[in-house]
Design a protein around this ligand. Sequence first.
Ligand code: UD1
Length: 357
Amino acid sequence: MKRILTIVGARPQFIKAAAISHVVRDEYENELQEDILHTGQHYDDNMSGTFFRELDIPAPRYNLGVGSGTHGAQTAAMLKGIEEILLTKHYDAVLVYGDTNTTLAGALAAAKINVPVMHVEAGLRSFNRTMPEEINRVVTDHVSYRLFAPTQTAVNNLKKEGFSDSKIVFSGDVMLDNTRNYSNKAKVDPQWPERFILATVHRDFNTDNEDRLRNILAGLCSAAEEHQCEILFPAHPRTRHRLDSMNAMSDFKGIHLIEPLSYLETLGALLRCKMVATDSGGLQKEAYFSGRPCVLLRPETEWTEIVDAGMAMLANANTEHIVDSIRGMWNLEPKVPSEFGDGHAAGCIVQTILETT
Ligand code: UD1
């Protein structure tokens, strides 16, 4: 029996881990044992606990309870806690996801004591080194033992950085597995407006800059007025704090600010909405998988295939560009995504882990 330690801590990681945990439990119960370590990076129930319950993810065996902090303090506390566990318990490999501080801490802690690191969602690049996520993903890739690339673009990025072919596995995207597996369980709240654009903002370069945040909200409000719809805005805690301290919402009437959605509610909102506007990496993909056009509230994206497919436009935090992009894509016919694998990424990843550890 092989043993892996899955290290998660932030909302998108719980969702991705669900896909893999289910495959481990359903198909490899006698070959692979998975323990989950939660760093505590996200700790509010609607940012963490709800995902474990709704997606039936096994309870974490370890919880470091690290909480919020500066990048250095948060990452350091995780690094220390993860190392302590890896020094006392044997694991054949460590599994990390994406690009958060939790990913970086898990990868560094394991690599330095020679526990093989398996990186899910490897090879993503925004080529913007001012983003903490870009630093996290570049460093994580470079200390990983196997790189699970969700798209061919990610494979190409890794090759350009000199990784050998033997380390790179084109697995497809576990988030596509999830959209396929859970869409029939999507939840819809009867309180949502009839016709809406689903909007989220959480990146520090948007939330921590009042002008950018106001420009985004102004663009969304103008578009809502033009298309006679409303904006459903589930706010990340970081964004909620910021909006409260700016005392801004009275200036932006058509926006329904609500608590963060669960995963199944997010799928429901995607199926119900007319369009998506977001700075989230995950939500832009889920919009594509659900056939919804997406306005990207960022200057660039790691998921260039969605822009190339014509299903997303980069509007940054520019009010006019946001309005124009929403107008330009309002009646777009959905495309069936072909760039993110076949919806069986989790199976490919688990098999590779078993074969290579
Ligand atoms: C993190 C990831 C980002 C990912 C995002 C998903 C990093 C550098 N960033 O960003 O890549 O897309 O998660 O949500 O790791 N907070 C709460 N309650 C919570 C969690 C956070 O109130 O449960 C507040 C705290 O004030 C905290 C702030 O949100 O300071 C930011 O949280 P943090 O974990 O630092 O980063 P995210 O913005 O969530």
